[in-house]
Design a binder for this molecule. Structure first.
Ligand SMILES: [Zn+2]
Length: 253
């Protein structure tokens, strides 16, 4: 029971429509390992800890949202980059990485999957100009006070959520974008939502929230981006003769 690496990669590349999305990194097969794949380990980021566990478990491929070779990074293979690549190549493990294509996908995308976790009903895109909006707009399944929603997000994602705004205001209409999309809060203010949720928060986000009157929820970059890879890996395991496991390596940011 195994599958050809090339077959899996071309399926994923097509399913996630990587050719239609401009990104800051290559999407698809970033590091080539053995030609057949039986076991796949998923994670949010291709860190050394994930690679070490992949070696321990004897998997054939790693599937992540944050891979290697980001635009603007140094191209020398030194330091931690050497260590990570050495471990993959020595153990013949492939690295499959899907960044923006996995944020925006209609079924397994991080934003659609986060909506499921938070019981949000999607009503439209955040960016009407974009061919494919990364952020989404929707509604909570019931109106909640801001502090109630903060606690709800914290327990749904198992990670404490930070809220900027008045605790007692009722929240119903919300926009969200996983990861480090805090800069989109002003765009969210334009579409007229009560709140905007993303992963990270920066110093200016606090002022933007208070001055636009849009509540801001910082739910964690890692925490908001756990769900796309899991949905994609589980899909692979139902479509092909492969086994998928997800490893959640705690990251407080
Ligand atoms: Zn991210």
């Amino acid at each position: 029971m195994s599958e050809d690496l090339k077959v899996l990669v071309s399926y994923l590349d097509e399913y996630l429509a990587i050719n239609k999305i401009k990104d800051y990194c290559p999407n698809g097969l970033q590091v080539e390992g053995r030609s057949t794949v039986k076991k796949i380990l998923g994670g949010v980021t291709a860190s050394q800890a994930l690679i070490d566990e992949a070696v321990n478990r004897g998997v054939d491929a790693i599937l992540v949202h944050h891979g290697f070779f980001w635009k603007g990074e140094r191209s020398e293979i030194t330091g931690i980059k050497r260590k990570r690549l050495k471990a993959l190549l020595e153990n013949d493990i492939s690295l499959l990485s899907y960044h923006l294509p996995l944020d925006v996908h209609d079924e397994v995308g991080n934003n659609v999957q986060l909506a499921k976790q938070l019981q949000l009903t999607i009503t439209g895109p955040l960016d009407h100009q974009a061919a494919k909006s990364v952020g989404l707009v929707g509604e909570l399944n019931r109106s909640m006070s801001a502090s109630e929603f903060k606690d709800f997000v914290g327990s749904a994602l198992n990670r404490e959520c930070m809220h900027i705004g008045d605790d007692n205001t009722a929240i119903k209409k919300i926009a969200w974008c996983t990861g480090a999309a805090q800069g989109m809060i002003e765009q969210a203010a334009h579409v007229g939502v009560d709140a905007f949720l993303s992963g990270e928060i920066s110093e200016p986000t606090v002022h933007s929230a208070l001055e636009t009157g849009v509540h801001y929820f910082s739910a964690g970059h890692h925490a908001t981006e756990r769900y796309g890879v899991q949905a994609l890996g589980n899909k692979l395991a139902t479509e092909f003769n492969v086994q998928f496991q997800f490893l959640d390596i705690n990251n407080p940011v």
